[in-house]
Design a protein around this ligand. Sequence first.
Ligand SMILES: [Zn+2]
Length: 292
Amino acid sequence: MKLKYFIYLIIILTFSLNLSCSPKIKTIINKHVSSNVHGRELLKIKLSQKAINLAEEIEKICGKPIKEDYDETIEPLAQANITKDGMPTITAKPSAVLSEEIIVHELFHLKMKIRGFPTVSFVKPNNVDKQKTEDLFDFIHLHIFDVIEHKIFYAELRQLGFKPDADRISEIEGILAKGKFDNEPVAPLLLSLRYFRCGLEVNDQPILLKLKTFYQKKGWDSTIKKADKLIEIVNKINPKTPEDEVEAFIQCANQTIDSSLSFSFVRFEEEQYGTIKRKFAKVQLNINNSPK
Ligand SMILES: [Zn+2]
């Protein structure tokens, strides 16, 4: 049983992809870049008034300016965090090509934390490898939790006039034009999770249909089936609250991981981070004792 567990971990981690928003909260040496006030930039990207308003709303609630950090070691292009002293922070890879959409995306992750949407705090069993299990948690968080959170706040971003799925649509168009993913062969699980991500993030039915046809031509029907099941779970719950978000996450994660593993919700915990009461969802990884 344990062997199966680690083989599974190796498979998924070998095929891990670079997508935005890793849950990794790293202790890094911060390079504080001072923010301009009006006509301002964040991470060297000039912001429109709508984006400035968003940034200022966050700063007002936190009572602190948004800190801009750079860290080449982060997996995604950018990530957002609120530090223990209540400092809203956006960290980007120095090599990443950023855009206002990416900055606004991270501002919304900050907004979600301020609103009490949780950060997942995973609990692992004692008898498993720490690093591999943490890699599994990062993987599941990146490919499932973040995607569900995106579905929740993308609707709001669209109402504000942003195009949160523009980069994803360009990415799909690139794949369709080339007739392949950049890094084929892609593991079936990752094919499913890419389809799942597009299905929840992209609000463009014709392009989603083209993606489906592309998958079918490749003979990847079973990966569509798996992704559709996950999409159905999320759409049925239609998450709007922190509780819904965690429920959708647990159900999707359990459909995704090997049957020798399961996740279960333990409880919410709250902790004061400066002026912000941050919420954490404790989620337990279980290794199931199957008779096999
Ligand atoms: Zn994100």
